[in-house]
Design a protein around this ligand. Structure first.
Ligand code: 4AZ
Length: 305
């Protein structure tokens, strides 16, 4: 009888410990994606590396085009676009500890949306042109009419290799995902407005239950919805939270870039009709050309003289 009691106590203790362990790994409410689900359902998920370090999420939107957040590819104080040589992507990535499971490319050009604001994070969107095409399947963007028809509390899904803890830095190697609900825009705007943060018409909010959220490191990655059996990208992980805590704060949903506002810009960039903010066709390149031309003029005027 005594032994039985002790065994029961031990079992109860074990159950409590197991529950605590589960609770702490579920602070932002996510779960691991399985390798086969990633391969089948999310072939466009992309890891953005800055100087060799997985730093942001991204998504493949065309065979040579990757979408991410502007704040992932710019200086956080000046907003200046960093050199393309700092970046690399792994498309169709699953396990960051096994980089060969995706398609690795360097970046040849960077396009940052006009009006990107380092303070408010308005227009937090950038497009990267890859050094060469990849064979993974891109994700389609949600149409503006489907976006405008999204009802409050619609379930969306966000994924990435971002922090899984609100109190520590715990970055996983395996891709994780979590469901968050599309949040009422006015309520979200008012909530953030009260603490001096702006939620502009180029953003939308999702989550806010205090349990599920995207977090640091997920930035630039996609938030998606299943529409007629196919995933559509609705937004880009951008920001959120309060001064004290940036993820999974009740009443402060995650803030996402509203993709439907950028469809014509995205089409124009991927059609080759825009000039890039950084890379081979960049200001840097034009500057080099200018210097060369000026040198040439000096040489030729010397000759004349
Ligand atoms: C970040 O700093 C960040 N809770 C990303 C997502 C969220 C907050 C912060 C959303 O990259």
């Amino acid at each position: 009888m005594r032994i039985k009691n002790q065994a029961l106590t031990l079992m109860a203790l074990l159950i409590v410990c197991a529950q605590l362990a589960v609770a702490s790994s579920r602070i932002i409410g996510g779960s691991e994606v399985t390798q086969s689900s990633q391969d089948t359902d999310y072939p466009w998920i992309t890891s953005l590396e800055i100087n060799g370090q997985a730093s942001c999420g991204a998504s493949l939107i065309g065979s040579q085009w990757v979408l991410t957040a502007a704040h992932c590819v710019t200086d956080e104080d000046t907003g200046a676009v960093l050199s393309v040589s700092n970046y690399a992507v792994v498309v169709n990535e699953y396990d960051l500890g096994n980089r060969r499971d995706g398609e690795s490319r360097t970046v040849s050009e960077i396009y940052v949306a006009a009006g990107y604001d380092t303070n408010t994070l308005d227009n937090d969107i950038a497009i990267l042109k890859l050094s060469s095409t990849v064979s993974s399947t891109p994700i389609a963007l949600m149409s503006a009419s489907d976006f405008n028809a999204l009802a409050d509390n619609t379930a969306l899904k966000v994924m990435g290799w971002g922090n899984v803890s609100i109190s520590e830095d715990i970055y996983p190697n395996i891709l994780r995902e979590v469901d968050v609900n599309y949040a009422n825009f006015n309520t979200c705007q008012e909530q953030y407005g009260a603490i001096g943060a702006s939620v502009t018409s180029n953003m939308f909010c999702a989550g806010g239950d205090g349990e599920t959220d995207s977090c640091q490191g997920d930035s630039g990655g996609p938030i998606i919805q299943l529409v007629n059996g196919e995933y559509r990208q609705v937004g880009i992980v951008s920001s959120g939270g309060t001064e004290d805590q940036s993820c999974a704060v009740e009443g402060y949903p995650g803030i996402y870039t509203r993709l439907s506002n950028y469809q014509s810009w995205i089409s124009s960039v991927t059609a080759g009709n825009e000039s890039s903010s950084g890379g081979s066709g960049s200001l840097g390149g034009s500057f080099l050309l200018l210097v060369l031309l000026m040198g040439f003029r000096r040489i030729s005027s010397h000759k004349k003289a």
